[in-house]
Design a protein around this ligand. Structure first.
Ligand code: COA
Length: 267
């Protein structure tokens, strides 16, 4: 194949740095805060307290980016620079890879490589690291809804994802694209990292989808598992769709398709 004829991608995906914290916060506030009803549901007073909302959102993303070697990994998509136009950050994805880390460490241990696993900082959780503190959205958020959200999503994780996949899955925690760049393949590129890792490590990917995500994820092979309703007492409820990319079923489905498409030999 003549690779010179393949157009270079307009976007590149790299791991986020703390120096990109402000632009990640900007995208969260222009995308999630506007297009994801669950954001509005959890932070209904964000427009009354915009600076507090920005500060706490920034703190949340600081925790994600600074913690990239243990529980979280954050990737950004950038539009590549052309001529005088500098590169521009257009989207990001936050992955919860804690199961990936513990599985990798466990596999190492299985191979009696305990010493290496204990020493290597990117294979095991650092038990000496201070856990990041969760921002308290007292003014901009709805405390009862935030508590119900934390409780219901962690219960759903246990009952749906742990039940189905054990520790053989990791999660896409947050995905957001700058609205000016919707429908240009940015989210697809950001998710490709996870899909590649899922195939490589024979793991599945779990997530709770927003209404827009519900339309997007099936294009990558994710399937809806269940609807999860989150509600604080006597308050309006919000629905999330639990979805998963099951690399095992995709591998077996693909194998079956390949087997079925094998030409039958006629003698
Ligand atoms: C959902 C979201 C991440 C999708 O990002 P994106 O970069 O626009 O997605 P892509 O361009 O990679 O979309 C790939 C395909 O998914 C489908 N898709 C994506 N967004 C869609 C939408 N709003 N409506 C219908 N289909 C959609 C389309 O089939 C699209 O291909 P096409 O444009 O060639 O038809 C983006 O809309 C977003 O950031 N929304 C606000 C935040 C949010 O809801 N995040 C998800 C949290 S779970």
């Amino acid at each position: 194949m003549d690779h010179s004829t393949i157009p270079r991608s307009r976007f590149v995906v790299t791991e986020a740095l703390l120096s990109q914290l402000d632009v990640v916060t900007d995208i969260a506030l222009s995308s999630l805060a506007v297009f994801d009803p669950a954001w509005d549901w959890r932070f209904p007073n964000r427009l009354i307290h915009p600076s507090e909302h920005r500060l706490l959102t920034r703190q949340k993303f600081h925790n994600f980016i600074a913690d990239k070697n243990s529980k979280w990994r954050v990737f950004i998509a950038q539009e590549t620079a052309t001529g005088a136009t500098p590169s521009k950050t257009v989207g990001f994805a936050v992955w919860d890879v804690s199961n990936m880390q513990s599985r990798t460490a466990a596999l190492k241990t299985d191979r009696q490589d305990r010493q290496t696993a204990r020493r290597s900082p990117d294979l095991v959780l650092d038990s000496t690291a201070k856990p990041p503190t969760s921002p308290h959205h007292e003014k901009d958020g709805h405390p009862q809804r935030l508590a119900a959200w934390a409780e219901t999503t962690s219960k759903a994780r246990r009952e749906l994802f742990d039940e189905a996949f054990g520790n053989r899955y990791f999660s896409l925690q947050i995905l957001a694209v700058d609205p000016q760049f919707f429908r240009q393949g940015v989210a697809t590129l950001l998710c490709n990292w996870g899909i590649k890792m899922a195939k490589l490590k024979n793991m599945s990917i779990a997530l709770f989808a927003s209404p827009q995500g519900r339309l997007f994820y099936p294009t990558l092979g994710f399937e809806a598992i269940s609807t999860v309703e989150v509600q604080a007492s006597n308050d309006e409820a919000i629905q999330l769709i639990a979805m998963a990319y099951d690399s095992r079923s995709r591998i077996s489905a693909q194998t079956t398709r390949e087997n079925m498409s094998l030409p039958t030999q006629q003698h």
